[in-house]
Design a protein around this ligand. Structure first.
Ligand SMILES: Nc1nc2c(ncn2[C@@H]2O[C@H](COP(=O)(O)OP(=O)(O)OP(=O)(O)O)[C@@H](O)[C@H]2O)c(=O)[nH]1
Ligand SMILES: [Mg+2]
Length: 449
């Protein structure tokens, strides 16, 4: 993601709405507002203004101005609130982009800037992404949990304990010639490491947690014949793998392909995505019957379902909801206008132009990692992986600790495992560095005072 320059984008959901927001962030935001609106001197707060579209036309708008660094991104930020007409919004944006200093924001770039400017921790930035993509109450509360930083506090407490233990072990490595430095007794060290490891383990879950499982989670596309499952399968994979046709009952064999979610969502890993035969009453020949039977078996063994329904109603004739596994409801063929009410928790996706396929990918990542039996911290795939790495590091370290010995036989190896674990947790807290550890050694033992 490029990080420089001033960026602008529509900050409200796509489509027609009463009001929409265009956000501009960066050092040229002020000049942009001064040249394109009637507001000559933006000051912190809300203003009424007019946005100049061309010589003859201007548009009434509300303008909220934030002076950097006290803004969401930490830079000068303008939020223009205008009528939510997509065509008009694009015209406003085009006008803004006439300035060579301003470019279209990449996805997530406002939050990325907030992170880079220390306005949000990485976990909080991810909370924002999750909140946007949250598809249910559970997801929303987990996102809020991340956002308010309590998750970060917990990780920090673990990292602090690890750093302290590492410091205690390293004191045995680095300062053996110092009489007043007493390395930690192996029995105590082992107890504390085991307790830490157990806490991390309860956060990441055990057999059911995908980070610790050996095969990739399987996510299946299900729904009525002709719902657009195969088209969506191809859109998610980015290749034309499954046959798409307007004939109901096109797909018969279950087609599984591995999909690297990792490429779009760091830490999300790889899943097996499976396209199934449609389920419904239209089984006209024995082959359809066999295909549907196979689909039902896959539904039972799958880790998560993508339930495709172009009507958006999600009538549950197959009792999918009783399967007790994460279900992502996708209103397919979002480009077609329908007059039914779409279930509010459904993601509208168009397989033809890829609209909101990225949101669906994030929902898939969440579904395969967010199990009810796991702690909230396991919600974000990157967290799960980091915590699993930390557990592994601690495991490597404890291997070399003999609780009955008087001192550590191989402190270097113990320290190395702990350092790996600390680095893994540091990916979440972003705050504990080896220097902190050294600082702690000095603080604890007054070495080199
Ligand atoms: N307009 C529009 N048409 C779509 C979209 N996705 C799929 N279609 C069309 O819907 C028809 C069915 O698509 P498929 O992907 O084959 O549907 P399916 O659910 O796999 O169907 P079966 O395999 O028969 O169960 C095809 O004619 C597709 O071109 C979409 O997003 N928009
Ligand atoms: Mg199909």
């Amino acid at each position: 993601m490029p990080t420089g320059g001033t960026i602008a984008a529509i900050g409200s959901p796509a489509g027609q709405s009463t009001r929409a927001i265009i956000r501009i962030s960066g050092s040229d935001a002020r000049a942009c507002i001064q040249s394109l609106t009637t507001l000559e001197n933006p000051t912190r707060g809300i203003h009424r203004a007019r946005f100049t579209l061309d010589q003859h036309q201007s548009l009434p708008c509300m303008l909220i101005w934030f002076d950097g660094p006290k803004s969401y991104t930490g830079e000068d930020v303008a939020e223009l609130i205008v009528v939510g007409n997509p065509t008009l919004l694009e015209r406003v944006l085009d006008k803004i982009f006439e300035s060579p200093a301003i470019r279209r924001a990449e996805p997530g770039e406002f939050s990325a800037r907030a992170y880079l400017n220390n306005r949000l921790s990485l976990a909080q930035a991810e909370g924002v992404a999750l909140r946007i993509a949250a598809v249910g109450d559970e997801a929303l509360s987990a996102a809020n949990h991340l956002l308010d930083g309590s998750q970060g506090e917990q990780c920090k407490a673990w990292a602090e304990e690890l750093a302290l233990l590492l410091a205690l072990v390293e004191s045995g490595v680095d300062f053996t010639d110092q009489d007043d430095v007493v390395p930690i007794p192996p029995g105590d060290l082992l107890n504390r490491l085991n307790s830490l490891s157990a806490q991390l383990q309860s956060e990441v879950g055990n057999e059911t947690g995908s980070a610790l499982r050996t095969s990739n989670p399987e996510v299946v596309l299900c729904g009525q014949p002709n719902a657009g499952k195969s088209a969506l399968f191809n859109a998610l994979l980015g290749v034309h793998r499954s046959v798409v046709s307007d004939r109901a009952g096109t797909t018969r064999d279950a087609i599984g392909e591995s999909m690297e979610l990792e490429r779009d969502i760091p830490g999300a890993g790889t899943i097996t995505l499976t396209d199934l035969a449609g389920l419904g009453d239209s089984a006209v020949d024995p082959l359809d019957e066999i295909a549907q039977q196979r689909s039902r078996e896959h539904l039972k063994s799958a880790d998560a379902l993508i339930w495709c329904d172009p009507s958006g109603r999600f009538e549950d004739r197959e009792h999918l909801a009783s399967l007790d596994k994460p279900i992502i409801r996708v209103r397919t063929k979002a480009d077609l206008v329908i007059d039914t009410q779409i279930q509010p928790n459904a993601i509208s996706v168009c397989a033809l132009d890829g609209h909101r396929v990225d949101v669906l990918k994030r929902a898939i990542a969440d579904a395969v990692t967010n199990r009810k039996d796991l702690g909230v911290g396991a919600f974000v795939p990157r967290h799960r992986r980091a915590i699993a790495d930390a557990i592994r590091g601690i495991g490597h370290a404890t291997q070399w600790v003999d609780p009955d010995a008087r001192s550590l036989d191989a402190p270097e190896l113990v320290a190395s495992g702990l350092r790996d674990a600390l680095n893994a947790l540091g990916e979440l807290t972003g705050e504990i560095t080896p220097d902190d550890v050294l600082g702690r050694v000095f603080a604890t033992f007054c070495v080199g005072k």
